[in-house]
Design a protein around this ligand. Structure first.
Ligand SMILES: Nc1ncnc2c1ncn2[C@@H]1O[C@H](COP(=O)(O)OP(=O)(O)OP(=O)(O)O)[C@@H](O)[C@H]1O
Ligand SMILES: [Mg+2]
Length: 343
């Protein structure tokens, strides 16, 4: 049976490029981490983000979801520039999946997935998950079904293995109806089989549901097997941008070479331009023609008639920690404080 785990109504705004980053700059304490990063992420694409430790991968993703404030440059999500006045739509359309999986362990798997929708629900739902509407619970079940976890819906999240929890975190991003899914080392803590499963799932979401998916991976072979596109950061910029078939060992070796040049050179003083920053070799990426933007979704009515746990263990007690994925929270940062991976 075909199931929609992502019943997003057609929205003209979503037809615009899911993610466009131009000239992104970020420094910490005078050390430049991002030195004018340009990156596009297309609908239906699974992009693997590679690069040595400290090359700025997490910083770039964190800037996109609002966990870091860029020093300069622009980030557009479906054409909307991210800034102080972030629209609710932009906030909801981007989800981040972290290496340290942020689930509320004492809550059920289903509650955790439903929490992905908190950004579009009234506040009372975060206080008493038993109030999650039936339609949402059915949608969450469809999301769990998509990641192969529907049969664990009623279990407490803390009982799952790491790989299972990561799949639940991905289901939560689906329940958020995110169209841009960013995953920061989603498989670094998983065994090889679980890592393969999770990366394959992310690739499938891009190809089958038209999501724009970018994942930081530290396993180039895994990236080559599953990704449509490999992007490598070096010196605070994109140094490799090519298809898995075209990437060379030399390209990869350069990304991870233990040279002092790994960190970005200092940026010009404020008011200057980026042009003094040395150019880095960037492949021409000729395999990267724009793709047709798939129509997302369908409607919630396509949600399957999956058995939905009645949440009888959920009482009406307040559940701190199930709040914050949406209203007022950074885009896509899931589950309140748990989702805000502050340093
Ligand atoms: N909040 C922060 N305060 C100070 N320095 C930071 C902060 N966040 C990141 N950095 C620094 O910025 C650099 C890039 O960090 P980032 O986490 O983006 O790297 P990364 O490419 O994700 O590395 P890894 O592969 O180890 O996860 C590092 O030198 C790091 O110490
Ligand atoms: Mg990182």
């Amino acid at each position: 049976m075909s199931r929609s785990a992502h019943p997003v109504p057609p929205d003209p705004a979503l037809a615009q490029a899911p993610l466009t980053i131009r000239g992104l700059r970020k420094s910490f304490g005078g050390r430049t981490v991002l030195a004018g990063l340009d990156l596009d992420l297309r609908a239906g694409e699974f992009l693997a983000l590679l690069g040595a430790n400290g090359s700025g991968k997490s910083t770039a993703l964190r800037c996109v979801v609002g966990l870091e404030t860029p020093d300069g440059g622009t980030i557009r999500v479906h054409g909307h520039e991210i800034g102080d006045a972030r629209s609710a739509q932009v906030r909801r359309s981007t989800a981040m999946v972290f290496q340290q999986i942020h689930l509320v362990h004492r809550r059920t798997v289903l509650d955790n997935v439903c929490a992905g929708a908190l950004g579009r629900l009234p506040l009372r739902h975060s206080l008493a998950p038993v109030l999650f509407p039936r339609a949402l619970r059915e949608e969450a079940m469809a999301c769990l079904d998509r990641v192969g976890m529907a049969d664990r819906a009623a279990e407490r999240a803390g009982r799952l293995s790491g790989g299972q929890r990561q799949r639940v975190a991905i289901a939560r991003a689906l329940c958020q109806r995110a169209t841009v899914v960013l995953a920061d080392e989603p498989v670094s803590a998983l065994d090889p089989a679980a890592a393969e499963q999770v990366v394959s799932l992310l690739a499938g979401l891009a190809r089958e549901q038209g999501l724009a998916v970018a994942a930081v991976l530290h396993q180039p072979d895994l990236a080559r097997r599953h990704a449509d596109r490999l992007v490598g950061l070096l010196g605070g910029r994109v140094a490799v941008d090519t298809s898995p078939g075209a990437v060379s060992e030399a390209d990869l070796a350069a990304l991870y070479a233990p040279t002092p040049g790994r960190e970005a050179p200092a940026l010009p003083a404020p008011g200057g331009t980026d042009q003094e920053t040395p150019a880095l070799p960037v492949s021409d990426g000729t395999d990267q023609e724009a793709r047709t933007v798939p129509v997302l979704g369908g409607t919630g009515q396509q949600a399957p008639a999956l058995p939905v746990p009645d949440g009888s263990d959920q009482g009406a007690r307040a559940v701190p920690g199930l709040r914050g994925a949406g209203q007022g929270a950074p885009a896509g940062a899931a589950l309140g404080t748990a989702g805000r991976e502050r340093r």
